[in-house]
Structure formats: structure tokens, C-alpha cells
Write a protein that binds this ligand. Structure first.
Ligand code: SAJ
Length: 453
């Protein structure tokens, strides 16, 4: 192995597990973050993010002496950039008074990538390898990162001749909640700006990756990552649209999806309150921004998924009669089940919209019991959340919420209505315990039949 010392820029959900895994596989790693609080927390043995198994891994990496935390990069054999790439929204006003409002335009926010590349440039030496792991719009590696690094005086892609540096895009593809396992087991796509760059990165990652490592060019690797998340977004949008159709036609979308998925070439995902997190709701916009004239489907899928929290609010309104002054308890706040990550959570959007409509909303999430939502009352225990509610709304299928016992809840809560937006509960159990049940994607005729009306 030609790489002994690594510098990882960005110690978030991807950078910290990656830095720690390299360190526990024998490399010397400097983990760098620009946020002084992150640096201080990690140096004091703490952790600023939650991911199963991460605490033990970081502790092992630090204890081995191979991982040191720093606020600036230093000379190394290889540099990994793993910083966030969110988007920002341009709210365009109408061209002239009286004309229709222009649609919002989203732009990839590459500031963190740019400053990380600028921070690396002064330390680049001939033969060094630079890896961009951050999800990025097509051509970022070639058109944005390479020119910044070339300010070092070295040329991108001539690393093997000894007078330049090596550069690849190697997108992170790990699933929050399963990051440590997927980091090792998933196949890895490495896109080099030339073959010697890709081969060098394969050499580095093969120190711990057990999945297959496949080589391609940098822009294809960028596309692959964006296509994966866009595929998922479009598939979820389709499921969400099916949930609306099922309501209209008086059918049960969950049953219909399960039956459709028995077809050997159909694999529909699930409807829900919308798409949250920092990846799937973001990355498709990078493609739309790069080529708005040829991406109507991707754009439409984003629009459908962004409108889904409102659709769920509408279901709650129809079920409860009105929202004004109604005591509603929202169960689950995170962006998906069994994680405590609240970023861009559709459940939070639902809770906020209910509160804005005049409902008296209590929120409870077993994984983040102290989380607060503006306009809502947080409950730190399930008992407090259930106590004085008129309606219980399941927005995240956390295992502990799915496992709630309907008969027990009936004794703990004054609520007699439940709305299940994630197919987390067996409707007949709740009906047997005396609840009126409404479910996302289940038409009224089907509901009243199942509610015994
Ligand atoms: N969701 C649904 N219905 C579904 C599945 C998900 O509504 O059937 C919602 C979830 O509740 C959540 C959102 O979609 O709000 C996204 O959740 P997710 O589990 O689909 O994905 P992420 O954002 O946690 O992680 C994704 C993964 N990408 C793919 O599976 C293609 C992960 O592998 C990537 O590494 C990650 O994005 C990333 O960092 O890009």
C-alpha cells in the first residue's frame, strides 16, 4: 500500500465513520473539521452525531493512536473531502407587478467543497491522491475541484509521472442507521480523472472495503450517485401519488403495492408523509439545476414528495372534522424510522402545519424526546404524549411506536381516533380496542368497511 497517512476533511455522518474505519485498519488519519465545537467534542471523547456503533469505533480509532482530530489539514499521502453539499433556494419574484410568481430555483451549495479544496491545495505534493466523497452535481470534480487544487502548481491527473496529483470522485452511498456495516460491505464506485487516479484510490479503499470496487470516470461516478437517489425519489413519488389515487378510488394502497410487488419486475417503495433527510430530497435538484429543460420527471417527483406533508395534513383534517382547537398528538419526528436525525423531516412539517392551522399539537419521538417543534408542545414521555389527546397521529414507524399495544393505549389516552400515515399499525387491533382508524392511502369506503360502519 502506497498510502500511509490520510487527511479527512469534514467529520460528519460520512467523514467521521470513514476516518475512523481507515484508522482502525492501520492508516494514520488526521480528521479535520472547521467547526470548533465538533473538534472540541471529539477531542474530549464525545460524539456530535448519533449512528449505531459509531461511538465504539471512534473510541477504538483514537485509542489506537491512528486518529487525531484537528481544525486544519496537514501534509498527507491522500486527502478525502466529505463535507455537506446542500442546496439553497432562490425565491424569484414576478418579473412585473401583476404577473404570476416565478417558481423557486434551487442551486447546489458547493461552498463547503470549494473551501475544503482550497484548504488542501497548499499541502498538495506530487503523487498525492485527492478524493471527493461529497455528493456533487455532474462535472464538479473536473470543473470545480481540479482547478482549485491546480493552484498548488501541480497538474491534476499526472500523478503517475511524479509531477502532478491524482484525483477521483468516490461517492459515499451508505444508509444512515447502517453506515458502519455498509461502509465495509457495499460495492464502491470510483471515478478517476484518469486511470492511475482510479487505481490509486482502489488501492486505498481496498484496505477495508469488502464489496466490489468498480472503476469509472469522475463524471460518471457523480451521475451514478445522483441517479441512485433520484431513482428512489421518483419511486417514492410514484408510491405517494398511488396513495392519493387509492383514496380517490376507495382502495388500500398498502395492499395494492404488496400485490403489485409480487410481479417479478415491479418493486414499488412505500408512501408516507414525504421525503426527508439530507440526501434524497436534495440530490435530484442537482440534476434539475444542471439541465432544467430535460428533467421534467425528476422535477415532478420532487414536487409530489414536497407536497406530501400537506396531503397528510389534509387527511388528518378530514378525519378529525376540523383542526382548530383540536388536541392532536404526533408520534414520531425524525426523518425516517429508527434514527434520531431530524433534518428536513416531513413529520416536523406536518406537525408545524397542524399547529399553524390552529390545532393544539403535542409531539413525541422516543429517539429524540427533547426535540421541540415551533408552535407545538413537546412531551418527553409516551404517557404524557398520550394523556389528553383527541387524536393520535403516527408519522414515523419507529419500532417502539409500531409495537404499541392498542388496548393499553386505550387505557392511557382519551383519544379515540388514530391516523396512521406509515402503515405502522394493524388497523383491526386498534379498531378492536375502540379506535376509529384512518390510514394514508386507504379510501373512505374501504375505511368505513374496515371501521365496521
Ligand atoms: N421514504 C419513503 N418511502 C420509502 C422509503 C423512504 O417515504 O419507501 C422516505 C424516508 O422516510 C425518508 C426519505 O424517504 O424520509 C429518505 O430515506 P431513505 O432511507 O430512502 O434514504 P436516506 O436519505 O436515509 O439515504 C439515502 C440512501 N440512498 C439510496 O438508498 C439510493 C443511501 O444509500 C445514501 O448513501 C444516502 O441517501 C446519501 O447519503 O446520499
Amino acid at each position: 500500500m502506497r498510502f500511509h497517512k490520510l487527511c479527512v476533511l469534514g467529520l460528519g455522518y460520512i467523514g467521521l465513520p470513514t476516518a475512523s474505519t481507515f484508522a482502525t485498519h492501520g492508516l494514520r488519519v488526521v480528521g479535520v473539521d472547521v467547526n470548533p465545537q465538533v473538534v472540541e467534542t471529539l477531542r474530549n471523547g464525545g460524539l456530535h452525531i448519533h449512528e449505531p456503533g459509531l461511538r465504539v469505533l471512534v473510541q477504538a480509532a483514537v485509542a489506537s493512536g491512528n486518529l487525531v482530530i484537528s481544525d486544519r489539514p496537514e501534509e498527507a499521502d491522500a486527502f478525502i473531502i466529505a463535507v455537506p453539499t446542500p442546496f439553497y433556494v432562490d425565491h424569484l419574484s414576478a418579473a412585473n407587478p401583476g404577473e404570476p410568481q416565478q417558481p423557486d430555483v434551487r442551486h447546489a451549495d458547493l461552498r463547503a467543497v470549494i473551501s475544503a479544496a482550497e484548504a488542501v491545495a497548499p499541502f498538495l505534493r506530487p503523487g498525492n491522491l485527492v478524493i471527493l466523497e461529497s455528493t456533487s452535481p455532474p462535472r464538479t470534480t473536473v470543473d470545480v475541484v481540479a482547478p482549485i487544487l491546480e493552484r498548488s502548481g501541480l497538474k491534476a491527473g499526472s500523478g503517475s509521472n511524479g509531477d502532478g496529483f491524482l484525483l477521483v470522485h468516490c461517492p459515499e452511498r451508505v444508509l444512515p442507521g447502517h453506515i458502519l456495516r455498509e461502509l465495509i460491505e457495499n460495492d464502491r464506485v470510483i471515478g478517476g480523472i484518469d486511470l492511475s487516479s482510479a487505481l490509486a484510490a482502489r488501492d486505498l479503499y481496498s484496505s477495508f472495503v469488502r464489496g466490489e470496487i468498480v472503476l469509472t470516470d469522475a463524471t460518471t461516478a457523480e451521475m451514478v450517485k445522483l441517479m441512485e437517489n433520484t431513482y428512489r425519489d421518483v419511486n417514492i413519488a410514484l408510491a405517494n401519488e398511488f396513495s392519493r389515487l387509492a383514496e380517490r378510488f376507495g382502495t388500500d394502497v398498502w395492499e395494492a403495492i404488496a400485490l403489485a410487488n409480487r410481479h417479478p419486475r415491479v418493486n414499488l417503495l412505500n408512501p408516507g408523509p414525504g421525503v426527508g433527510g439530507h440526501c434524497i430530497g436534495v440530490d435530484p435538484w442537482f440534476l434539475v439545476e444542471a439541465a432544467p429543460d430535460i428533467t421534467p420527471l425528476i422535477h415532478a417527483a420532487r414536487t409530489v414528495n414536497d407536497a406530501q406533508p400537506e396531503f397528510v395534513v389534509d387527511l388528518i383534517r378530514r378525519t378529525c372534522g376540523s383542526l382548530e382547537g383540536n388536541h392532536l398528538t404526533v408520534l414520531g419526528l425524525s426523518y425516517k424510522p429508527d434514527v434520531d436525525d431530524l433534518r428536513e423531516s416531513p413529520a416536523i412539517k406536518v406537525a408545524q402545519t397542524l399547529a399553524r392551522a390552529g390545532a393544539l399539537v403535542t409531539t413525541y419521538d422516543p429517539l429524540t424526546p427533547t426535540a421541540t417543534v415551533p408552535g407545538c408542545q413537546p412531551a418527553e414521555t409516551l404517557e404524557a404524549a398520550l394523556h389528553s389527546a383527541e387524536c393520535l397521529i403516527l408519522l414515523v414507524a419507529h419500532t417502539s411506536l409500531k409495537n404499541l399495544d392498542a388496548r393499553r393505549v386505550a387505557t392511557q389516552s382519551s383519544a379515540r381516533i388514530v391516523v396512521d400515515a406509515v402503515n405502522g399499525w394493524v388497523a383491526s387491533d386498534w379498531q378492536a380496542a375502540g379506535f376509529h382508524v384512518a390510514r394514508l392511502g386507504v379510501g373512505e369506503q374501504m375505511l368505513s368497511r374496515k371501521n365496521g360502519a
